[in-house]
Design a protein. Structure first.
Length: 325
């Protein structure tokens, strides 16, 4: 059962830029023309015959990953791991950076009146933070180290604080990105210059007053993963969110003998209802993440802006009849 949507807001992700520039991410290779975009919201135009929870005119946020079959991963509630999943803008599946788009009705979620289209589009990156912080076990009083202050680092700060983290320290190369992290609730920031991973780890410890139980690594850079292992308290958890080269050299023995759990994440699952509840109740504010807005006609300019690393989240507006920001 599907719905036809008139698209409204679509965020640009680093992966979109990567496919555009390099034509592949790991084993996912662009072989044919592909529509980009997977952080999106829009308005229902038409509903398929079996659809009961949506009607034309409803404003929705779109979850881009839709399982194609009820396999063992779906049965256990971890449908993001299903090997045959459809995912917007992952080859060969088209994304939703277009005027009209058709999607599985079950993966379109009605937005309450007080949640904007833009917030609806930001549920996708926010979901990465929700899934990562859940996998990390962030809880009341946690001390958390977030590595990397791009959009994903920032949503992890937002979610970690929301889930009860007592203190969050974040690192990045860019002073302006760290300033944004402060805005969204980071307690401490470290601008990394040319410190060794051990030096970064000891800076994290001295700012927090202890080693963090949880590290969320959002860069995929080898030196940052190394710093993540050194920084994490014995018995703690390191979650790897950022993806870099396929092979990475890390101090695995250090992690092993200190019982540091290393966990991966792949996208997210079961996060849209949670995110919508948080946005509707104003418990979480994602609005500061959007720094640039472009009409669909200026998509190239928007992609160039993202590629240059300007601002935080660049948002494209697909509906020419809508003149709201």
């Amino acid at each position: 059962s599907e719905v036809l949507l008139r698209m409204h807001s679509v965020g640009i992700c680093g992966s979109d830029v990567h496919y555009w520039q390099h034509g592949r991410i790991g084993d996912f290779v662009v072989k044919d023309p592909m529509v980009l975009g997977h952080e999106a919201s829009g308005t229902v135009v038409k509903v398929g015959s079996g659809v009961t929870h949506l009607k034309p005119g409803d404003r929705v946020a779109i979850e881009p990953g839709v399982p194609r079959e009820m396999d063992e991963f779906c049965r256990t509630g971890r449908y993001n791991l299903s090997p045959t999943i459809f995912f917007c803008a992952t080859p060969p599946d088209n994304g939703n950076l277009c005027r009209y788009y058709k999607h599985s009705a079950s993966y379109c979620y009605k937005l309450p009146d007080n949640v904007t289209f833009e917030e609806g589009a930001l549920i996708e990156p926010l979901s990465v933070g929700i899934h990562a912080c859940k996998r990390a076990g962030v809880t009341l009083g946690s001390k958390v180290f977030v590595s990397g202050s791009g959009p994903i680092g920032l949503v992890n700060v937002l979610v970690a604080k929301m889930m009860g983290a007592a203190a969050v320290v974040i690192t990045d190369l860019s002073a302006s990105r760290l300033q944004k992290a402060k805005e969204v609730g980071a307690d401490f920031t470290i601008q990394v210059k040319n410190e060794t991973p051990q030096e970064v780890a000891s800076k994290v410890e001295s700012l927090l007053g202890c080693m963090p139980e949880i590290t969320v690594e959002c860069t995929g850079v080898q030196a940052c993963i190394q710093a993540g292992i050194y920084a994490t308290r014995s018995g703690g958890t390191l979650v790897l969110v950022g993806l870099g080269p396929e092979m990475v050299t890390v101090p695995i023995v250090n992690a092993a003998v200190r019982e540091v759990d290393i966990r991966g994440i792949f996208r997210y699952c079961n996060t849209w209802p949670v995110a919508i509840a948080l946005l509707a109740s104003k418990r979480i504010n994602v609005k500061p993440l959007v720094t640039h807005r472009f009409p669909l006609e200026k998509a190239l300019e928007a992609f160039e802006t993202t590629k240059r690393g300007e601002g935080v989240k660049v948002m494209l507006k697909c509906d020419p009849t809508d003149h709201n920001p």
